[in-house]
Design a binder for this molecule. Structure first.
Ligand code: ATP
Length: 346
């Protein structure tokens, strides 16, 4: 069992509060992604779990054991970091087997494990090459293979696919997820790539300014964002927001249209994803500004009541810039936020 518990962890660098009171439990064998914009504290949190950074306050537990006073090597984890340290003067084989040799595993066991993980990472043809002769993407795969070869209970990864080209990256993310699921490893994976996060995670922790804003399954984070930040950060094109005025009794005025919503008197923000709008006979009046045929769909950037609004429509929709459209929101996909707190309103 390798459950990871992060309890009230905070981190200050001088006067700068990089992490505020983080509480997060990663279940045994769970694949947890830390997602957020540059500087939100993802790497710092991962480094604290790894033992490469000390928390100012708080505790880290792995598998029921408090580890925040232990050296990284005593925490039962393997790591793959952005600036992966692959030894250039060693061959790929020697690099992948490095940790196993340190553990004094028999040669046959080392060879079997190296060959297996090299196959998984599609670098079995490179085993005899010196790592200094490899491309950045190949070196990155060596670093991942070296971590997997240790068969750790916990693996910590910081942007491990960042140096791969788009196609290989897509292939590797599926492979890596499969390998980790099969090996019953608990994983924390840092990325700022929301597609990678959505596709790989069991749960995503969305971070913003040193806090976890929401920790939930990818579909939950997408469909039911807990705050406006999550709604706008996840999804491309992003969610639309429009101011809404209460007309009483759960009726709301949104860009001149009446829409059903929560029964509260104070002003709210209406939110809808671009793909949840349909051309209809009644709905929001939109003026198309930019029409982008993206093949699979049409992205139409419109003006709705003076606000920017995006709709993803069927690629055959006859629309050109300047056209007036009537767009109806799919009722069960409408979300509401409190503009004061920016939090979701049920
Ligand atoms: P990125 O995606 O760019 O790697 P991140 O979300 O991983 O970003 P962190 O590297 O955790 O962000 O950094 C969080 C904040 O803490 C940043 O504002 C960063 O400048 C600051 N920070 C990180 N390490 C240090 C340090 N050693 N000394 C001072 N400030 C630091």
């Amino acid at each position: 069992m390798a459950e990871i518990q992060i309890k009230s962890v905070a981190k200050k660098f001088g006067d700068y509060q990089a992490l505020h009171d983080i509480n997060l439990t990663i279940a045994d064998q769970e694949f947890m992604v830390l997602l957020g914009a540059s500087g939100c504290g993802k790497t710092t949190l991962l480094r604290i779990v790894a033992g490469l950074e000390t928390a100012t306050t708080g505790e880290v537990w792995i598998g029921g054991r408090r580890v925040d006073h232990l050296a990284p090597k005593d925490r039962g984890i393997a790591m793959v970091f952005q600036n992966y340290a692959v030894f250039p003067h060693l061959t790929v084989f020697e690099n992948i087997g490095f940790g196993l040799r340190m553990r004094k595993l028999p040669n046959a066991e080392v060879a079997a494990r190296v060959e297996r993980v090299a196959g998984l990472m599609h670098i079995d043809q490179l085993l005899k090459r010196y790592s200094g002769e490899l491309s950045g993407g190949q070196r990155q795969r060596v670093a991942v293979a070296r971590a997997l070869a240790m068969e750790p209970d916990v693996i910590l990864m910081d942007e491990p696919l960042s140096n791969l080209d788009a196609l290989l990256r897509m292939e590797m993310r599926a492979e890596l997820k499969g390998v980790l699921a099969e090996s019953n490893t608990t994983a924390i994976y840092v990325t700022h790539d929301q597609v990678e996060a959505m596709s790989m995670a069991d749960r995503i922790s969305v971070m913003h300014q040193g806090k976890i804003v929401q920790a939930a399954s990818p579909i939950e984070v997408y469909r039911n964002p807990a705050a406006e930040f999550v709604a706008s950060f996840i999804g491309n094109p992003p969610m639309n927001f429009l101011p809404a005025q209460s007309k009483g009794d759960g009726k709301w005025s949104v860009a001149g249209q009446v829409i059903d919503g929560p029964k509260t008197g104070k002003p709210l923000t209406f939110a809808i994803r671009p793909e949840d709008m349909r051309p209809a006979s009644t709905g929001l009046t939109a003026t198309a500004k930019v029409v982008e045929p993206l093949g699979a769909y049409l992205l139409v950037t419109c003006d709705v009541g003076g606000a920017l609004f995006r709709a993803v429509l069927d690629s055959d929709t006859p629309v050109k810039p300047g056209d007036r459209l009537t767009l109806a929101p799919q009722p069960d996909r409408v979300r509401w936020f409190d503009p004061e707190t920016t939090l979701a309103v049920a």
